[in-house]
Write a protein that binds this ligand. Structure first.
Ligand code: SAM
Ligand code: SF4
Length: 333
């Protein structure tokens, strides 16, 4: 549904002006809540080329999308990712170009990412204990990520944000340490409730930590001031008094955020998912490959997809089966 030439409006009147584009399903980590240890990655010809990623982004931007997040898998393991950042950053109409990374390659790429026009970086960090960090990521090296955070600060990124998934009995005893780290580094931190996406090897109903409980813990230790900051996203923010740190809560379970949803997701296979927690999707790759020099079929399909965007997700931690069986690394977190 398109109300005017440059705006995507869904059937519930929500404007879609934000895309999250996964440029690879590959990753140098194997986080336990995100992918299985023996995950099989897609054959290369089933993954969008970077030129195709660019065409899709350009089509969305022509329809009024102004914010683009590049994600994955781990976006920085994709060869020439910086080329894509730069091309997207140059598109008139893109107001915000941001990325989410596990930080493992950041110490080498921070300057190039900054130079490419990326404005903000989110870095995932679930533990400050090296052994535990390795257990959660299965292979990750905490020191490298900490060096990546320093590098991002050094090249001048502002509003760096950590993303943390707390899991009961796994890392929930680090809530205060992680916030203290963010305060010391003068960066922000968001707590993301674990979502039942993909099959994992721990029982999510046991590991689930509600952000309501996390907020209570934090309020006992810090003065938190409710922030009016609205990033157009699902996070609710609080400022820690007398610091430069904001704490965000992304709470798909304890605070359903669907009513203000402004985004869609594109997987590295070119599937356009209208909702993170539902299966509604359309395939963009055939449109790109059958019409290499004509973007109109792609644009028409994007416009038509708006009527498929569901009202909300259907997450339930108590349900044995995941809400959707694809992995976050595939859909792009
Ligand atoms: N590899 C990058 C990273 O880890 O930041 C980008 C992709 S990752 C899929 C994006 C975010 O999704 C990360 O912050 C990760 O913690 C989060 N994530 C992955 N699986 C999740 C799940 N089942 N529930 C909640 N968050 C999840
Ligand atoms: Fe890789 Fe990010 Fe998934 Fe961890 S959360 S396995 S770093 S894609």
């Amino acid at each position: 549904m398109l109300t005017n030439q440059n705006t995507l409006i869904d059937a519930f009147g929500r404007q879609v002006d934000y895309i999250r584009l996964s440029i690879t399903d590959r990753c140098d980590f194997r986080c336990t809540y995100c992918m299985s240890e023996d995950v099989e990655f897609l054959p290369r010809d089933e993954v969008l080329t970077l030129e195709e990623c660019y065409r899709i982004t350009k089509a969305f931007v022509s329809l009024g999308v102004s914010k683009v997040r590049i994600t994955g898998g781990e976006p920085l393991v994709r060869k020439n990712a910086i080329w894509l950042f730069k091309k997207i950053g140059e598109l008139p109409g893109v107001r915000e170009l941001v990325t989410t990374t596990n930080g493992s390659q950041l110490e080498h790429h921070a300057q190039a990412i900054k130079d490419s026009g990326v404005q903000r970086i989110n870095i995932s960090l679930d533990s400050l204990n090296p052994e535990r960090f390795r257990r959660i990521t299965r292979v990750g090296n905490l020191d490298k990520v900490l060096r990546g955070i320093s590098a991002a600060k050094k090249v001048g990124f502002k509003n760096i944000k950590l993303n943390t998934v707390l899991m009961r009995g796994i890392n929930d005893d680090e809530t205060l340490d992680l916030v203290q780290f963010a305060i010391r580094e003068e960066i922000d931190i968001s707590f993301i409730e674990e979502m039942p996406i993909g099959l994992v090897d721990h029982a999510r109903e046991n590991s689930f930590v509600s952000n309501t409980d996390t907020l209570t813990t934090l309020q006992k230790n810090y003065t938190l001031i409710s922030s009016a900051l609205n990033t157009g996203g699902p996070a609710r923010y609080w400022t820690v008094a007398n610091t430069n740190t904001k704490i965000g809560f992304i709470s798909p379970h304890s605070h359903n955020f669907c009513e203000a949803c402004n985004r869609v997701r594109i997987t590295c296979k070119g599937e356009l998912y209208l909702c993170l927690g539902q299966e509604d999707k359309i395939e963009l790759m055939p449109l790109l490959r059958e019409h290499p020099n004509d973007d109109q079929p792609l644009i028409n399909a994007i416009v038509a997809s708006m009527k498929m965007k569901p009202l909300g997700h259907d997450f339930d931690v108590k349900r044995a089966a995941p809400a959707v069986v694809r992995f976050m690394s595939h859909t792009g977190g």
